[in-house]
Write a protein that binds this ligand. Structure first.
Ligand code: 13P
Length: 286
């Protein structure tokens, strides 16, 4: 039994979702995306030395990014303070994970209240690498979202299927379960402090980016799911990011998709000029 399962007190069954047309298809012509700002996250994962992090921060500070984009980078815990001190506005900072409850006797962990105390506004939760390598299950991810939100953090909650799940026809069930766990633990008001990142596992770090059709199909599905299970208003405002092998070359096409409200970038976020280019994706020609 995983940690998340052990902590489950009560599971609420959500109705099955119809996988039909896009919720946004019926919306008026002027679409407000999320809170109105395209969102770019840079997930630095377990990378960086003092020297490389300093260089990356310098490159970002020297870059030109549009006001219309909200940008958040996620260094390792040990680099958070250094980056926070040196990275300039408009860049914001995220942690890559946090503990599921109040801090205490949890060796090696970092709590949400510590991050909040440090002035770190965002946290990434449920990344597929944590789900697979650290055995974080859907319920634990939902509980982490709930606790982080309760401590005043904003959350980038990740979902996504493996290639095997996609090819075996289980993709929608996997996404349903991941979304349901997040939704169970997120109050209506707290959705304003949440973005969802759709990161198909097969596209992460592989150079195999989802096709525009694949990305749009899932993003539309996620928005429809949220409309049906949370509220239409939340669905309209929610920013749904795509992650998985986003780079300078493919970002413009993906940025133009109806239901793509931003990106969560891994490898390309470690190169300042590339990341700056991706931050300008909406202004590039696809
Ligand atoms: O996992 C990712 C972002 O969280 C994506 O990683 P890559 O951009 O390296 O594929």
């Amino acid at each position: 039994m995983t940690f998340g399962q052990a902590l489950v007190h009560q599971r609420v069954q959500l109705p099955t979702v119809r996988r039909s047309s896009c919720h946004r298809a019926s919306r008026c012509a002027v679409v407000m995306r999320g809170s109105g700002r395209f969102f770019i996250g840079g997930n630095w994962k377990c990378n960086g030395t003092l020297q490389s992090v300093t260089q990356l921060v310098d490159e970002l500070n020297a870059g030109s990014v549009p006001d219309s984009v909200e940008i958040v980078v996620a260094p390792t815990f040990v680099h958070l303070d250094r980056v926070q001190r040196s990275l300039k506005s408009p860049f914001q900072i995220a942690a890559q994970d946090c503990w599921v409850s109040k801090g205490g006797a949890y060796t090696g962990e970092v709590s949400a209240e510590m991050l909040h105390d440090m002035g770190i506004p965002w946290v990434i939760l449920g990344h597929s690498e944590r789900r697979s390598l650290c055995r974080e299950d859907d319920e634990l991810v939902g509980m982490k979202c709930e606790y982080a939100l309760s401590q005043g953090l904003k959350v980038i909650a990740c979902i996504g299927e493996t290639l095997e799940q996609r090819e075996s026809g289980h993709m929608w069930d996997v996404l349903d379960a991941q979304l349901a766990a997040i939704a169970r633990h997120t109050s209506l008001a707290n959705w304003a402090n949440m973005v969802i990142a759709y990161e198909p596992v097969w596209a992460i770090g592989t150079g195999v980016v989802a096709t525009p059709e694949q990305a749009q199909e899932v993003h539309a599905y996620v928005r429809k799911w949220i409309a049906e299970h949370v509220s239409a208003e939340v669905a309209d405002k929610l920013r749904i990011l795509y992650g998985g092998s986003v780079n300078d070359a493919n970002c413009a096409t993906l940025a133009n998709l109806e239901d793509v409200d931003g990106f969560l970038v891994g490898g390309a976020s470690l190169k300042g000029p590339s990341f700056i280019n991706i931050c300008n994706a909406q202004n590039k020609h696809s």
